[in-house]
Design a protein around this ligand. Structure first.
Ligand code: UDP
Length: 372
């Protein structure tokens, strides 16, 4: 059997391309190193709960086309992400909104909150924020920076905020309203039945070979198709010949508890520096219809999330898009563009901190270029 496309990686990017390529009459073969499809959005049913095995994924987008696209493959529930921050036992509402400001300073009106932030920004003397620390202080002031940002960010990225790019913190909304929706997105939800089923629907009838390591058997696998879509790490593809791109990795400790409700919310961030985990996810609250008293499900599944520096062999999660790594990626990108038969895409293939909707938009854009 000869294929038009060999798709390396059965995550979202690969699955969108597999779906569209088949619609365009192309023959595709999908392979994945893991024993499962769906990449890092993979969910698995444990104790009747869809557990996000590789970390919490909340679908959110402002892109109507992407929203309509994913809704072909799953029904989405109305989950709205509103994490709680736990700073040494003090609980704060996230993202930064009037509930947060009221708890932090006792301010009641938006004018009072804005004045407090302005006062702290002035005292810090920041004109043009050059890094995450300065950006955070100029957005929300020193108190919030110290209690809700500094420790969490340090744990998540393994570097002080003064050494991180400002854009990371601009992902978080700051609101002078009582809206604690974490995302500025028109559309948001979690696929009912889990992401794995959604990705399976995208893959459709495409043949999928799991436990297949492309780079270990590259010559043979390349010979099976005219073209290759590679969604693995770009530096691994080139055998790290120019050096290793850095990632942050994440480790999860999953626990099944004999109580129905552990923390009353899907996500609780531990924002102090001493608690070793960054957050705890209680997966049942991503879904609806789970009773708080446990009358339907007496148990709950939680995941403590630990952030770590990636080393070869670990799962890469977050590209570290600082200057050094961006410069190295630019060199790899030149090599990638020179590969005649291979297209590079996705979070790892493009070394880009993509959200799910952006990955789908990018894959659809590739489909337009490649398949029309
Ligand atoms: N962040 C923080 N405190 C929090 C949550 C987030 O300081 O309680 C910062 C942190 O620097 C993080 C960034 O905001 O890297 C972006 O957070 P987001 O939740 O978007 O990260 P992700 O969900 O992709 O891990």
């Amino acid at each position: 059997m000869h294929y038009d496309y060999l798709i390396v990686g059965a995550g979202l990017y690969g699955a969108v391309f597999a779906c569209e390529a088949q619609k365009a009459g192309k023959k595709v073969l999908v392979i994945d190193k893991r024993g499962t499809i769906a990449g890092n959005v993979y969910t698995e049913k444990i104790e009747g709960i869809n557990v996000h095995i590789y970390g919490a994924h909340i679908f959110h987008t402002n892109n109507k086309q992407v929203w309509d696209y994913v809704n072909q493959f799953a029904v989405f529930n109305r989950f709205t992400n509103s994490p709680v921050a736990n700073y040494k036992g003090e609980l704060y509402s996230l993202p930064f909104n009037m509930y947060t400001f009221n708890k932090m300073w006792g301010v009641v009106t938006p004018v009072e909150a804005a004045a407090k932030i302005e006062e702290q920004r002035k005292a810090a003397g920041i004109k043009e924020p050059k890094n995450l620390e300065e950006q955070a202080i100029s957005l929300v002031g020193t108190d919030i920076y110290e209690k809700l940002i500094r420790g969490y960010t340090r744990k998540q990225w393994g570097r002080p905020c003064s050494e991180l790019p400002a854009f990371i913190i601009r992902r978080l909304p700051v609101r002078l309203t009582f809206d604690n929706n974490y995302f500025n997105a028109l559309y948001q939800g979690i696929p009912v039945g889990g992401y794995t089923a959604m990705v399976q629907n995208m893959l459709g009838d495409a043949p999928v070979m799991l436990n297949t390591d492309y780079l270990k058997d590259k010559e043979h696998l390349d010979s099976l198709a005219d073209k290759v879509l590679y969604t693995g790490p770009v530096d691994a593809y080139f055998d790290y010949s120019l050096g290793t791109l850095e990632y942050r990795s994440v480790r999860f400790e999953n626990e099944i508890l004999d109580i129905p409700n552990f923390q009353g919310n899907a996500a609780v961030n531990y924002t102090d520096e001493e608690t070793p985990w960054t957050r705890i996810i209680e997966h049942k609250w991503f879904e609806f219809g789970k009773a708080e008293d446990g009358s339907d499900l007496p148990k709950t599944v939680i995941s403590r999330e630990y952030s770590s520096e990636w080393k070869k062999g670990d799962e890469p999660y977050y590209p570290v898009n600082d200057e050094k790594n961006s410069a190295l990626y630019a060199e790899y990108k030149d090599l990638a563009q020179a590969e005649q038969k291979v297209i590079f895409g996705g979070r790892l293939g493009e070394y880009k901190y993509y959200d799910m909707d952006a990955v789908i938009a990018a894959a659809l854009e590739l489909c337009r270029r490649e398949l029309s």
